[in-house]
Design a protein around this ligand. Structure first.
Ligand code: ZN
Length: 253
């Protein structure tokens, strides 16, 4: 990573908080620098002419100045504000979910180009006229787990490693994947039906263009969401605990 004081990057806005009367502090996601915190000076002023680059989930080309603590945006050129999403409450809720998840999984100054590309692609799916929003969200979540190194095991039992048979299974967030009935028996695991396992496998194998034509009924959607969200919450809580542990460690020494 180059440590030039001034650098150019593409970025998506993950978070925006007021910093002072006239400035915003943005959390940006970039292809080469991972998560970056940057000041958008003057962007809160009502007279500010250029504000598209501070809108949540908009994609921009930026020139940034690397300060000692914070980076400052010196130039911004908006590439896409995903207007269809901004103007539709339901779609914008999904877009907020996408950027929030990225904010929680990604690290500062850690390059992850596949993760950046996934986010940009996923925001594009939300602009498709007939998109199944829930399916897009579950697909994004599964793909995000992959690019962050947490892809659940869907073909072999997460406990015994033997290939899974075509039957109802269990899912274990702790073991990071599907567990066969034999190894899952008597444990406190989530139930995973065969149709939902098939949907998960389909999503792990194929691109969005193939996956988006799937017709997932409400019952399967509920189960799919429960599996993925329980796993995601487990991973994020584990990370939070290790962060708290490290903080405590440093405080004690
Ligand atoms: Zn097993």
């Amino acid at each position: 990573m180059s440590l030039e004081r001034i650098y150019k990057t593409e970025a998506v806005v993950l978070r925006r908080v007021p910093f002072s009367e006239s400035d915003y502090l943005l959390t940006l996601y970039t292809p080469q620098h991972g998560k970056v915190k940057a000041l958008a000076k003057g962007a809160r002023k009502p007279t500010s002419r250029q504000t598209g680059h501070v809108e949540l989930y908009s994609r921009t080309h930026l020139v940034l100045y690397r300060g000692r603590e914070l980076h400052t945006i010196t130039q911004a050129e908006v590439q896409d504000t995903y207007r269809i999403v901004q103007e539709n409450l339901e779609r914008s809720v999904y877009a907020s979910h996408f950027v929030e998840l990225m904010d929680q999984f990604a690290f500062e100054n850690e390059e992850n180009q596949p993760a950046y590309l996934l986010l940009v692609e996923a925001l594009g799916w939300l602009c498709e006229p007939t998109v199944d929003l829930k399916l897009a969200a579950r697909y994004y979540e599964l793909r995000l787990l992959r690019v962050m190194g947490f892809e659940p095991s869907l073909f072999d039992c997460a406990i015994g490693s033997e290939p899974l048979e075509a039957q109802n299974q269990y899912f274990s967030p702790v073991e990071g994947g599907v567990v066969c009935p034999e190894h899952g028996e008597g444990r406190d695991l989530l139930r995973l039906s065969l149709p939902v396992l098939k949907i998960l496998r389909h999503m792990s194998r194929y691109k969005w263009n193939v996956v988006k034509i799937l017709n997932v009924n409400e019952r399967n959607h509920v189960e799919l969401e429960r599996i993925l969200h329980t796993y995601i919450i487990f991973l994020l809580e584990k990370r939070l605990q290790s962060v708290n542990f490290l903080k405590k460690l440093y405080q004690d020494t």
